[in-house]
Design a protein around this ligand. Structure first.
Ligand code: FES
Length: 505
C-alpha cells in the first residue's frame, strides 16, 4: 500500500487510485482534507475539467489536479499553500465571470457548491465590468428537470451520469469556448428512470427538479436518515422535513446498496406518506375509536381461540422486521399456523430497481413466513398486515382484521381496520433483497391516530388476554429480542446496524 503524506500527516492508501479517490476511500475528503472539486464525483469517470482540485506535490514543478493524479509511494502533498490558494481563487474567478448573481432567488441557495467555495476559496470582489453572457433560463429538459443554462459551470457531471449510469446519453455540452452550453441533444428530452439524479449531481443551481424547486428554502429543512420502501433494493435516502411534512428524498451514499443514486420512482415515493392513507379505524366498515376497534378485534380472536376456530396470519413485505416478529410471536401464542405473505412485483432493471416492489420480503422470509398468493382457505379470523393479498384470497375468512398504512379493498371490506404508521412515521428495520438489514428513523408524526403494526399487535395480544402482552411497546426492545431469538438476525438489531446497515448471518 503506498504511503503518502498530506499536509504533514501520513496516510496509507490503496494502490492504483488517484489522489481524490484515495482520500475519499479514507472518508477524509472535505472531512479533514479540504480539496474543493466540481467535476470529480466518486461514482463517475474522471473529467479533469474544472481545475479546482489543484494541489502542490513536492518534486513536481506545476500544481497538479488531485482528481486525475495517481498516488505514488512517498508522495508529499500540500493542499493549503499560497500557490494552491491563488490557483483556487483564479478558478473561482473564472467560473464566476458569467455566473448570474441571482443567489437570492436561486433555488440551490443554501446547498450550492459555487456559493460555498466562493465563500471559502474565492476572491471577495469582482474585477469585471462586462455584462454576463445571456443563456436560456428555466427550460424544461423533460418531465422532471428544469435547466438554467446561465448558471451551469460545465462540470459535465450530468453528461457523464446520463452516459454511464442509465446509458441514455441525452445531455451534451455544445459549442466551444465561452459559447459552450449544456443542453439536450436535438430532438431529445431528458427522460430516463434515473433522470432526477442530475439535480443532486449539479453543484450549482443549473439543474433542479420540477418536484422540489421553489417549494421551500433548504435552510428550513432538516434531514433524517431513512430508506426507500419502493422496492427490495432499499436505497438509502435522506428524508427532508419541515413543519411535520416531508418535502423530498435525496439519495444517501451507501456503496453496498445504491452508491449515490436513486430511481425517480423511489425518489418520488415520499409522497405516499400523504396519499391514500387508511386514516381512521373502522369496525364493520364504520368509523370507530381505535380502542373500540382493538377491543372488538381482541374479542374476535379470543372467541375463535376458545371455539377452536382457525386463525390465519397474513404478513406484509411492507412491514418492518420488528412488526413481522411481533406478528410471528402473536400467531404462535394464539396457536395459529406461521403466516403467509404475497409480494407485489413489477419490472426491474440492472441498475437499482428490483422486481420485488416491497422493502422487506427478504425479512418476511427470514422470519419464517411463506410466500403465497393463494387463497388462505376457511378460517374464523385472519390477521392481515397489508393489502398485497387480493380480497378474493380472504373470501373464506369470517372476520378479517387489517392493520395497514394505506386504504385498499382489503381494509374497505374488513371487519376491523386499524390505521398503521408508514415507515417514515416510525423506527424499525427492513431487510433488503441482498439480506442487508437497514434502519429507518421517524421523520414525521402521522396526522391521525396510527401506530406501528408491531405496537397494534402488542396491544391486540393484551386485548386477547395473553400473558405478558399489552402495555408499553418498545421497538428497540423488540428488535433486541428478535436479534437474540431468530438465528439469522443474531447480532443484527436497530441498535447495531448503524447508518449503512448490516447483512444477515
Ligand atoms: Fe479535479 Fe475538476 S475536480 S479538475
Amino acid at each position: 500500500m503506498p504511503k503518502i503524506e498530506i499536509d504533514g500527516k501520513p496516510y496509507e492508501v490503496a494502490e492504483g487510485r488517484t489522489l481524490l479517490q484515495a482520500i475519499d476511500d479514507l472518508g477524509l475528503l472535505m472531512n479533514g482534507v479540504e480539496i474543493p472539486h466540481y467535476c470529480w464525483h466518486p461514482k463517475l469517470s474522471i473529467d479533469g475539467s474544472c481545475r479546482l482540485c489543484q494541489v502542490e506535490i513536492e518534486g513536481v514543478p506545476k500544481l497538479q489536479i488531485a482528481c486525475n493524479t495517481p498516488v505514488r509511494d512517498g508522495m508529499v502533498i500540500h493542499t493549503a499553500t499560497e500557490r494552491v490558494a491563488t490557483a483556487r481563487q483564479g478558478v473561482m474567478e473564472l467560473l464566476l465571470l458569467n455566473h448570474p448573481l441571482d443567489c437570492p432567488i436561486c433555488d440551490q441557495a443554501g446547498e450550492c457548491k459555487l456559493q460555498d467555495y466562493a465563500y471559502e476559496y474565492g476572491v471577495p470582489e469582482s474585477r469585471t465590468q462586462e455584462p454576463r453572457r445571456p443563456a436560456k433560463k428555466a427550460v424544461d429538459l423533460g418531465p422532471t428537470i428544469v435547466l438554467d443554462q446561465e448558471r451551469c459551470i460545465l462540470c459535465r457531471r450530468c453528461v457523464r451520469f446520463c452516459r454511464e449510469v442509465p446509458e441514455t446519453g441525452e445531455l451534451g455540452v455544445f459549442a466551444r469556448g465561452d459559447e459552450s452550453v449544456l443542453d439536450v441533444f436535438p430532438g431529445r428530452q431528458l427522460d430516463n428512470p434515473y433522470s432526477m439524479n442530475v439535480a443532486d449531481l449539479c453543484p450549482v443551481g443549473a439543474l433542479t427538479t420540477r418536484d422540489f424547486r421553489f417549494r421551500i428554502r433548504v435552510w428550513f429543512l432538516d434531514d433524517v436518515e431513512s430508506v426507500c420502501a419502493g422496492c427490495a433494493t432499499g436505497c438509502n435516502v435522506l428524508a427532508s422535513r419541515a413543519s411535520n411534512r416531508v418535502y423530498r428524498f435525496v439519495p444517501r451514499r451507501n456503496d453496498a446498496v445504491n452508491q449515490t443514486w436513486i430511481c425517480d420512482e423511489g425518489r418520488l415515493s415520499y409522497k405516499r406518506v400523504a396519499e391514500g392513507r387508511l386514516d381512521v379505524a373502522t369496525l364493520r366498515r364504520r368509523p370507530a375509536s381505535f380502542d373500540d376497534a382493538i377491543g372488538h378485534a381482541g374479542l374476535a380472536l379470543r372467541e375463535a381461540r376458545a371455539a377452536g376456530g382457525r386463525i390465519v396470519g397474513v404478513a406484509s413485505p411492507l412491514a418492518s422486521n420488528e412488526d413481522l416478529y411481533v406478528l410471528r410471536e402473536l400467531l404462535a401464542a394464539l396457536g395459529a399456523d406461521p403466516g403467509v405473505f404475497a409480494v407485489p412485483r413489477g419490472e426491474g432493471d440492472d441498475i437499482l430497481l428490483s422486481e420485488e416492489r416491497a422493502p422487506n420480503a427478504a425479512g418476511a422470509r427470514a422470519l419464517g413466513f411463506a410466500e403465497s398468493a393463494e387463497p388462505v382457505g376457511r378460517a374464523a379470523v385472519a390477521l392481515v398486515l397489508g393489502h398485497e393479498l387480493a380480497p378474493a384470497a380472504l373470501a373464506g375468512v369470517e372476520q378479517v382484521i387489517v392493520l395497514d398504512s394505506h386504504a385498499s379493498d382489503v381494509s374497505a371490506g374488513a371487519a376491523v381496520a386499524l390505521p398503521a404508521r408508514w415507515h417514515l412515521e416510525m423506527s424499525g428495520t427492513f431487510t433488503n433483497g441482498a439480506r442487508r438489514v437497514q434502519r429507518f428513523l421517524p421523520v414525521v408524526e402521522p396526522r391521525f391516530e396510527a401506530y406501528a403494526r408491531g405496537e397494534i399487535l402488542w396491544r391486540l395480544g393484551g386485548a386477547v388476554g395473553l400473558d405478558g402482552w399489552g402495555g408499553e411497546y418498545d421497538v428497540r426492545a423488540v428488535s433486541k429480542r428478535l436479534s437474540e431469538q431468530v438465528p439469522a438476525f443474531r447480532g443484527v438489531s436497530l441498535a447495531t446496524v448503524g447508518d449503512q446497515g448490516r447483512e444477515l448471518g
